[in-house]
Design a protein around this ligand. Sequence first.
Ligand code: PCA
Length: 201
Amino acid sequence: MKTILLTGFEAFADHSSNPSQDIALAFHDQEIGHAKVISRILPVDGNKAPKMLSEILNELEPDAVLMLGLAAGRSQIALERVALNVLEYRTPDNAGATRRGERVLEGAGDAIFSSLPISEILSIWHDARIPAYVSDSAGTYLCNQIMFLARALRPNIPAGFVHLPADETLALRTVQAFVPLEFQIRAVRLALEVMATLNQS
Ligand code: PCA
């Protein structure tokens, strides 16, 4: 049986919760097709998150990786196409750190594409009437960092990132665009179903 690593992030900045955490945990230990999903929650800490990701990859040696994170303000689910080799953020991470134009990984290329079949996943989502699009920027914060690292550390396995909008829990606290958690869970399940059928390159 294949192993799919599913990651989410803890809450950060002024967000009281993070749907990526709730959704990742909802799938932990579940079997999807011929794959077993193992979920892990990453800290929003530019030093700790990469270390933890690398330890998890070594421990689990997953066959595929799906990473989730919150992009509050976006109104649809975003399948990220590309991760940049840059860290640039003024919103402090949960350790209080900011970055100005540092590299995610010294010596690596400037950008790496998702190795998920993004067009296939997008069209399956649209068939299921899930509002979603392919995004060409995962930002320059923790989500981009983790996506870049996962692709750089495991170049031969399907790995990619999905940015989730706020859910109703966040929208009840602060008026903002949101997609109900149930839709987000459905989207992640469909993506995992596609990933369960993929082979390593
Ligand atoms: N979203 C942030 C980091 C953690 C999260 O869930 C981002 O988009 O980089």
